[in-house]
Structures are given as structure tokens and as C-alpha cells.
Design a binder for this molecule. Sequence first.
Ligand SMILES: *Cc1c(COP(=O)(O)O)cnc(C)c1O
Length: 475
Amino acid sequence: MYLCAKINLPIPSIMSQKMRTLTEPFKIKMVEPLRITSEAYRQAALEKAGYNPFLLRSNDVFIDLLTDSGTGAMSDRQWAGIMMGDESYAGARSWEHLEAVVQNLTGMQYVLPTHQGRAAERILYSILGGKGKVFISNTHFDTTRANIEYVGSEAIDIVCKEACDVESYADFKGNIDLEKLESLVTQYGKDSIAAVIMTVTNNSSGGQPVSMQNMKAVRKICDQHGLLMVIDGCRIAENSYFVNQREEGFAHKSYQEIAREMLNLGDAFIMSAKKDGMVNIGGLLTLKDESLSVKCKNLLIISEGFTTYGGLSGRDMEALAIGLDEVFDKDYLHYRIRSTAYLGEKLKEKGIPVVWPIGGHAVYIDAKKLYANVPVDEYPGQALVIDLYLKGGIRCVEVGSVMFGKYNDQGKLVPAVNELVRMAIPRRVYTQSHIDYVLDIFDDILELKNRKKGFKITYEPPFLRHFTAHFQPVN
Ligand SMILES: *Cc1c(COP(=O)(O)O)cnc(C)c1O
């Protein structure tokens, strides 16, 4: 336990810290060197990678904001835990440690370890789903949707209305639309609905939080109709910070208390430990119902591993048990959420259009607005991603028509709703000066904002094209 956790002081509000420089609540005792390259070098690297940042070597990247998944830094306590990991096949100490931490956090008795979040999804949704079944969510994450559709079920997203306007402020843009939920329950009927899945924070809608009130209302609807409620909660600690700061009645509660209260509302909890688990690999499936847990455990043993390690080594489980404690540290969470907001708020001050308010794990830029002269079929988001790498060695990802675009019968692009660029922030990896450097690079980007040409695709695979497509600048 950190010393500060023993002193019972209220959590400082954002306002009381507003005027101070946001500092990292850790110091560095091991370093991983970064290579500074020239613009000419990066131009050559881009050509070699077909202008697709997924095909760049990480050695050629200076600031890597591609994802916050599994890219965080572990603490000295976690590394010490790695050394203490118990690698016994069955009933390992590290498993007992992890199980106790997760039971305490979720209030759920049955805990299944998996190698990633999507393995937990595959196990649960292949048991609950099947042809004719429907899953309803605030927003299904990509792997969630893929696992549901793979077993022949349908995944329906019903995020709240406030989320549709990317630039207007609302406290809880991750919420589910309760009216639509009620009407879908009436439309499909209890027997067709496999589960209601609450994604917390709502990753695909920009890392926006879900309120306790919304979660309680979903619980009530599920109780009324006998429906199963799953919490896809890999960013539950980040969500708890927002509830503490923004929702009435939670200012005096600790982040862990808020998380416990929210998770207790669910029947099942799925977690990619690569996010708020603060580890580089791992996942969890946690359940209240014994008979469902038996079915899941059978599938776990066939496909992941024995019930006391899933797909993980003992040291992985030890580091995860420690990470799930550290992530609720009040200084860490304040720094985490405020440092992401710092990047977004400063970008907005510079005149860069960002999705508002800033979510927990990433900043999203509206590339269609920033590069207003680049036609949508020349992918303004891709142009911005490329410019950020070329000017600053910064890697991020297009979330627009490269990722979600489709073609109509005439082979013409049917664009995505938005042309965004996501800058995801790895946990405890970059310092304030790295982020200030990113902000400086946007001065160069602003000079390019009248750019008229974008990119064309020269190669694309039939599925998930953004990972491996090749591009060429339009000239
Ligand atoms: C990352 C993520 C997953 C999938 O987890 P993996 O560990 O990448 O398999 C599922 N749901 C959400 C909300 C996620 O962010």
C-alpha cells in the first residue's frame, strides 16, 4: 500500500489543482531510450510502410500513441511481483492473490483468468449467443461485436443522444439510451436477448464515461425483464474518476468504492487487463451465477488453460493483482485523466477541432474539420496521421473512412460518419514534456491545414483493411 492511502484526506478536486503544473506521481528508475530521427528518414520509412502507420517499425517511432492497450509501464511493485510469481499449474499463490483482489472489487464469486479480454468475450458470448440471439450495448467494442457476430448473433448499439454531437459538452456521453433499450426489449422479447452489455468507459465513443445513475437504470430494466447484464469494464477505474468528479453524491467516495458499487450491479464482468489492469497482457471473466460459471470454465479449460491460470503465467497474475490495486491510487488516476485532458484542452486552445469533452484514455481529432479542403474520398484522417509522423515521429491511428468506409455497388466510397484521428495515451509511459512536444508539432500541422490533397489506397485486403492497406499521396 502507498503511504498516502493510509492518510484519510478527501480526494482533491480538479479546481484545487488547476493552477499547478500537472506532475507525474512517479519517478523513473529504468529508461528505454527513444531514437530521434530526421524528417527525411521518416519520409523514407513512410514510403517503405506504404504510408500505413501500422506497418512502421516501432524503432522508427518517437512518440507512440497508437493504442493504450498493453503499452503501459509497470511499477517497481509489479516487477517485484513478477519475481514472486508462483508458476504452479494448479492452485498457485499468484492465482489466489488475483482471485481475492477481483472478488473484492467485483463482488462476484466466480473468477476466470484469460489471456486477453477477447478470450473472455469468446467464452461468454459463444455460450450466451447463437443464431437468433441479440446483444444490446451502449456501444460494442470491435472485438465484442466480432465475437457476437461470429456465433451468428446480432449486436445492437444504442448510445445516448448526447454522444451524437461530437463537439458539445455532456458529463456522461458513454451512457446507453434507456428509452431505446426499453423499446428494444419490447420488440425482441426477453428470450431473444442474450445480454445487455455496458462498456465502461465507452471505448468506441471516445472513452466517454457511464454514470452510476445510467447503470442503475439498466440494472432495473434487466431485473424487470429477467435479462443478464454484462459489464465490459476494462477502464472501470478511469470511469470511477469521472463519476467522482461529475456525478452528484460521489465526491466523498473513493474510486475503489465507486468501482465496487458499479461492478456489483452487473451479473458478469469482462476485462481486458491490458487497460486498467496496468499489465501488458491478461484478461478476466467474472460471474455471479454458478451454473453459468461451470459452462464457462469448461470452455476455458478446453481453449485457454486450467481454471487457476487461464492463458496466463503465475507472474502475469501476480502483476495483475498488484496493478488492479495501483490503478485506483488517487494521485495516479488524477494524473491519468488530467494528463489526457491536458493534451486535448491545449489542442482545442490552439484551434484544433477535438471531440469534446476529452475522454479517459485518448484524444480524438476531427480531421474532416481540420483538413477541410481534403475530400473525404482522399481520407483526411489518414493525411493527418501521416503528417503527424512525418513532422514529429508521432504515431496515431485513423478512425474514419479508412477504418469504417465501405463501397457501394458502383465501387464508390461510402464514407464513415466521422473522420477522426485517435491519439491514445499509454499509462505511465510519457511525461509532460513528451506531451508538450506533441503540442508543438501541431503548430506545424496548423501550417498544413489548407492542404488540398490526401491519399489514395493502392492495396487493400477484404477485411479490416486499415491494418495492412497501402496508400499513395494524391498529387
Ligand atoms: C481492448 C478491449 C477489449 C478487448 O480486449 P483485448 O485484451 O484487446 O482482447 C474489449 N472491450 C473493450 C472495451 C476494450 O477496450
